[in-house]
Design a protein. Structure first.
Ligand code: HEM
Length: 427
């Protein structure tokens, strides 16, 4: 049952929403639907976040970066406990304003560097590398299927391709002896610590990994000899608005923004797209016949209907009103991007998967406005190459989790946490 909050400070759902539960992660659509129709700006006491669920309202927020700032985007959603904080303090863990958490005047210059590194031209030039990396990871999938009969794609190919691609594109691949599996483990730990609900012991473990990630980035930021054209070279040459060079912590912040955003989200998008494509044998066949165009259109639907960055935060710089709800200054908002993508006011047949729909790219899966994703073309390319190659190479692939896959239980990221696949002919 939906009720209106007696305080008048926004409507509330009569039933509590547990944003961290498996029930919500596996099927958030009924909750979004209830929110949109009865409490489109709803205060969630458990997280102290205002949940914004309508496409139209979210667009307004994203386009008004003076009223709705992003300074809170990289704070842990739930407070971290002392033991975890102490572990992080030991390495001086600190993420100063970079991109995701920067509403100040240094944002534009830093964003310019990233836009150049991931321009459409650079993505085109990177395609042969993306295809090579994808083919190599699919070789490993084939071998695993032959030996084991089944394989978890979420923790193998889907996870490894984006991190390898990202390290190559940033020019970090040859600079470090740390292997890709370790970097992926660190970035996973970081998002679980900051966007999950964890107990004290889990927090300690995750804080240790996040600190190792941070210490590794500090070492990279202090390297004196870096390849021309690499991200580190661009950051070393960059000057902040006051004319000063970037500090080590600022360089680390940009690198961590890019490694986490550029790897985790794309891995999750690949897993979700594959999961949905395998749910329908007709779609899997259509992908085999349809080539890269079909794969691209399918990925776009995944980004609309189930984007990996499922919700993102903002904070009000002053008192304001959103959809009739009064928000105080410093109100923290959670913009439910998945809800926007399945809003019937914005999309026809919103929960259906309809590749080539007219509204194609008009979703908020990559955000909008000042902070819109600069990695969108890269993510699309990786998704398209993966689905196209996988469908042609494994025509008999099928999902092997009898009850459907489990999903990550995180506030801002959503994807299958495991995606078991096998072949119908057993090969
Ligand atoms: C499927 C994959 C991806 C999804 C769903 C996604 C989603 C998003 C969204 C929704 C935003 C807007 C955040 C906001 O408004 O504050 C964003 C920003 C950003 N994304 Fe992506 N992203 C993806 C892939 C990538 C990749 C591959 C990169 C690496 C190049 C990247 C780097 C960034 C950065 C640096 C920002 C912050 C931009 C700024 O604040 O100016 N993302 N992303």
């Amino acid at each position: 049952m939906l009720t209106t909050d007696a305080t008048g400070a926004g409507a509330s759902t009569g039933r509590e929403i547990d944003l961290f539960s498996q029930e919500f992660a596996a099927d958030p659509f009924p909750v979004y639907s209830r929110l949109r129709s009865s409490a489109p700006v709803h205060y969630d006491p458990a997280t102290r976040l205002w949940l914004v669920s309508r496409d139209e309202d979210i667009r307004k927020v994203l386009l008004d970066s003076a009223t709705y700032r992003n300074d809170n985007a990289l704070r842990p959603v739930l407070p971290l406990r002392l033991p975890a904080l102490r572990i992080m303090e030991r390495v001086g863990f600190n993420i100063p304003p970079a991109l995701f958490n920067n509403s100040g005047d240094s944002h534009a210059g830093l964003r310019g560097i990233v836009l150049r590194m991931f321009s459409a031209q650079r993505v085109r030039e990177a395609l042969p590398m993306i295809e090579r990396v994808t083919a190599e990871e699919l070789d490993l999938l084939e071998a695993a299927l032959e030996v084991e009969g089944r394989c978890d794609v979420a923790s193998t190919a889907a996870r490894t391709i984006p991190i390898r691609v990202m390290l190559e594109m940033l020019g970090i691949a040859g600079l470090s002896e740390v292997d890709t599996a370790t970097v992926a483990e660190w970035t996973d730990a970081f998002i679980t610590l900051f966007w999950g609900r964890t107990d004290k012991d889990e927090q300690r473990l995750l804080a240790g990994r996040a600190s190792d990630f941070y210490a590794w980035l500090c070492d990279l930021a202090e390297l004196r000899e870096v390849p021309d054209g690499s991200l580190l070279a661009a950051l070393a040459a960059h000057r902040m608005p006051d004319g000063s060079p970037m500090t080590r912590d600022e360089i680390v912040a940009i690198c961590s923004n890019l490694l986490v955003a550029g790897h985790v989200t794309t891995s999750q998008m690949i897993s979700t797209a594959l999961c949905r494509a395998l749910e329908s044998p007709d779609e899997w066949q259509a992908l085999q016949a349809g080539g890269p165009e079909r794969a691209e259109a399918f990925v776009e639907e995944t980004l609309r209907r189930e984007p990996s960055l499922t919700a993102w935060r903002r904070i009000t710089s002053r008192e304001t009103t959103l959809n009739g709800v009064e928000l105080p200054a410093d109100a923290e908002l959670l913009l439910l991007l998945t809800s926007a993508g399945t809003d019937p006011e914005a999309f026809e047949d919103p929960e259906g998967i309809c590749p080539f729909r007219d509204s194609g790219r008009q979703h908020l899966g990559f955000g909008l406005g000042r902070h819109r994703c600069p990695g969108a073309e890269l993510a699309r390319a990786e998704g398209r190459v993966f689905l196209d190659m996988a469908a042609r190479r494994f025509p008999n692939l099928r999902a092997a989790d009898a009850d459907g896959p489990p999903f990550l239980e995180l506030v801002s990221f959503r994807a299958p946490s495991r995606l078991l696949v096998a072949q119908t002919d057993g090969k």
